[in-house]
Design a protein around this ligand. Structure first.
Ligand code: CTP
Ligand code: MG
Length: 233
């Protein structure tokens, strides 16, 4: 579970994974969400590099043995998400053969989504991503930035587009090979499945869920707290 990001787009404050959602750190919600799946036997939390001790303390406090029997390991993360995932993979025991990579920033993922991804991997798919159809039309542009007008270069057909979520599921040796290749070639990728695609390995999409949305901007916190309030009602 990569949880080492700063959360720049969320605005000033603690690292994103440690911010409270209805009084409980986002990371705690995310760990509970994964631990709820019977497919998950171990959660490796990749903490902010200077915050591993605090994360360990928080998890001991909120996810003690009374609450979950899932093992939780905490390791310090890296500069980029990709580095953090690689550091998390390095902490897995030798007997693990499949892995789910889940953003701490998607704290409300329903257990059905976790189970669906895990089941597809168990049934033999080397790489599985949950995703939803996109609701906005998407344009490709010539990037200018600085608020300048950007010329449109194309409009991909919306019905063929999917917005990808996590957990993404992999045969561990496939994901490890993808990370090793990216380190060798020294260029980035925005998600784990994208790195696996470059290896020429087939990636399949299974249905995602609205509640697996990523908390990225301040408005997402409002949505997340509303979802939690509805669940408690
Ligand atoms: N992540 C990580 N290590 C990093 C950067 C990101 O483990 N060096 C994790 C985040 O903690 C998050 C997930 O990757 O759970 C998805 O990243 P994102 O939503 O971009 O989170 P941040 O990078 O924290 O946010 P921002 O990009 O706004 O700073
Ligand atoms: Mg980021």
């Amino acid at each position: 579970m990569p949880a080492a990001g700063r959360g720049i787009r969320l605005g000033p404050g603690a690292p994103k994974a440690l911010r409270a959602l209805s009084g409980t750190p986002m990371l705690v919600h995310a760990v509970r969400a994964m631990a709820r799946s019977r497919a998950v036997s171990l959660v490796v939390v990749v903490a902010p590099p200077d915050g591993a001790d605090e994360v360990r303390r928080l998890l001991d406090e909120h996810t003690g043995p009374a609450e979950t029997s899932t093992d939780i390991v905490v390791v310090p993360g890296g500069e980029t998400r990709q580095d953090s995932v690689r550091l998390g993979l390095a902490a897995l025991p030798d007997d693990v053969d499949s892995v789910l990579v889940h953003d701490a920033a998607r704290p409300l993922v329903p257990v059905e989504t976790v189970d669906a991804v895990a089941a597809a991997v168990r049934e033999g798919a080397p790489a599985v991503v949950p995703a939803l159809p996109v609701s906005d039309t998407v344009k490709e542009v010539q990037v200018r930035g600085n608020g300048e007008a950007e010329p449109v270069t194309g409009t991909p057909e919306r019905s063929r587009l999917r917005a990808v979520q996590t957990p993404q599921g992999f045969e561990l040796k496939v994901l490890a090979a993808a990370h090793a290749q990216v380190v060798r070639e020294g260029d980035g990728a925005t998600d784990d499945a994208g790195m696996v695609e470059r290896l020429g390995v087939e990636v399949v999409v299974v249905p995602g869920h609205d509640e697996a949305f990523k908390v990225t901007r301040p408005l997402d916190l409002v949505l997340a707290e509303a979802v939690l309030a509805r669940r408690r009602a």
